[in-house]
Ligand binder design. Structure first.
Ligand code: NAI
Ligand code: MG
Length: 354
């Protein structure tokens, strides 16, 4: 199975973590029928300095002709905000990547790294946020004046239907018992439409329970009883906020993974963290967010939950032997980015060989 994977290393720690993601892909190609061809698609701040654009036409062409995109992180502290980062929006909008999938799973071995007390963690945290990624406020329709400014929060029926359908199908695939919808239907018209469509569509999934929670209440439930959530579906801005809140529950920003997905089309997989200028170049960034993004790539773009599971188990086993500094443990060896990647790659190798 030949697949072309576009690679955007990006800025700061981006190239360091992407190397470890590629390492995992190479192990998979060595021990399975997959055959990967990697094609560089440079984007971000360094690229902007060189070419005056954060996403050269050639890079975007490469991405469009690939099966998937593995993306590091972009942004440089000496550039104004957005100059590098807007490349991400161009890719999301340009490829119509309407699903932002963000798992927040706390490995048992990292329970002590979770900022919540054990009684709040309860039976454990394993939530997947399904965020609408193309509509709502972030479409950036509006105006900015001297004395007033406005942004239009705009949702369409088609836009709501496709993301809610994705969420239910995802829950079904994962055997989740409940799908939670987060909105603000007591105030916003867009949420009223969203909620109506959510209930219409839930009729097609009679084995899955549903619940609606207002965004403000949800932010407290997420730290009060995170164990009760499985699939959580929501709009663009609410999803941005709650998925970041969720990200910190799993021990470190460096653990967070994501997919920007259009099912059946070129999709983009990236760790949730940024270019981390404070640690870039030191070889200490946690590569697990990137490695788990590769896991999502297998599940969502290559339809291979088996390999996804093997990557997940390899990460979990590796965490019992060594850690990068952000999740370090007194009793375990502290590893560099590359060593952490090697450890996970070796675990994966022995699983795929077996
Ligand atoms: P950041 O995520 O880069 O860093 C926040 C904190 O988390 C820092 O202390 C950093 O050292 C730590 N951290 C991040 N990734 C880590 C990893 N893999 N292992 C261990 N620790 C890690 O967020 P910040 O500092 O707000 O942004 C830096 C730049 O990245 C900015 O230019 C920002 O716009 C950009 N950014 C880019 C994103 C992307 O490419 N998708 C996402 C978020 C921010
Ligand atoms: Mg965000």
């Amino acid at each position: 199975m030949k697949k072309i994977i576009a690679i955007t290393r990006g800025d700061g720690c981006g190239p360091e973590v992407v190397n470890e993601g590629i390492k995992i892909l190479k192990i998979v190609s060595e021990f399975t029928d997959y055959d990967f061809e990697f094609k560089d698609a440079p984007a971000g701040g360094e690229v902007w300095k060189q070419y005056g654009t954060n996403l050269p036409e050639k890079s975007f062409e490469t991405i469009k002709k690939s099966d998937t995109l593995l993306f590091g992180a972009i942004g440089l502290p000496d550039l104004p905000p957005g100059v590098a980062e807007s490349a991400i929006m161009k890719i999301r909008q340009g490829l119509d990547l309407y699903v932002n999938l963000r798992p927040a799973k706390l490995y048992d071995v990292l329970r002590e790294k979770c900022p919540l007390k054990s009684e709040f963690i309860g039976s454990g945290i394993d939530i997947t946020f399904v965020r609408e990624n193309t509509e709502g406020l972030y479409k950036n329709v509006g105006s900015l004046g001297e004395d007033s400014a406005e942004n239009l929060m705009f949702y369409t029926r088609d836009g709501c239907e496709r993301i809610i359908k994705f969420a239910f199908e995802f829950a079904k695939k994962k055997n989740h018992k409940i799908v939670t919808s987060v909105d603000k239907a007591n105030l916003l018209n867009t949420s009223k439409l969203w909620r109506k469509i959510f209930h219409e569509m839930s009729g097609n999934y009679s084995n899955i329970e549903t619940e609606d929670i207002y965004i403000d209440a949800f932010t407290q439930w997420l730290i009060r009883a995170p164990h009760r959530f499985q699939t959580v579906v929501t709009g663009n801005m609410f999803g941005d906020i709650i998925s970041d809140e969720g990200a910190f529950l799993i021990g470190s920003l460096g653990m967070g993974s994501s997919g920007n997905i259009h099912p059946g089309k070129v999709s983009m997989y990236e760790p949730i963290h940024g270019s981390a200028p404070d640690i870039a170049g030191k070889g200490i960034a946690n590569p697990i967010g990137t490695i788990l993004s590769v896991k999502i790539m297998f599940e969502e773009s290559f339809n291979s939950s088996e390999i996804g599971n093997e990557i997940d188990h390899a990460v979990e086993e590796a965490l019992q032997e060594g850690r990068t500094v952000d999740i370090k443990s007194k009793s375990l060896e502290t590893l560099s980015t590359m060593e952490m990647g090697d450890l996970i790659a070796n675990k994966l190798k022995s699983k795929l060989k077996a």
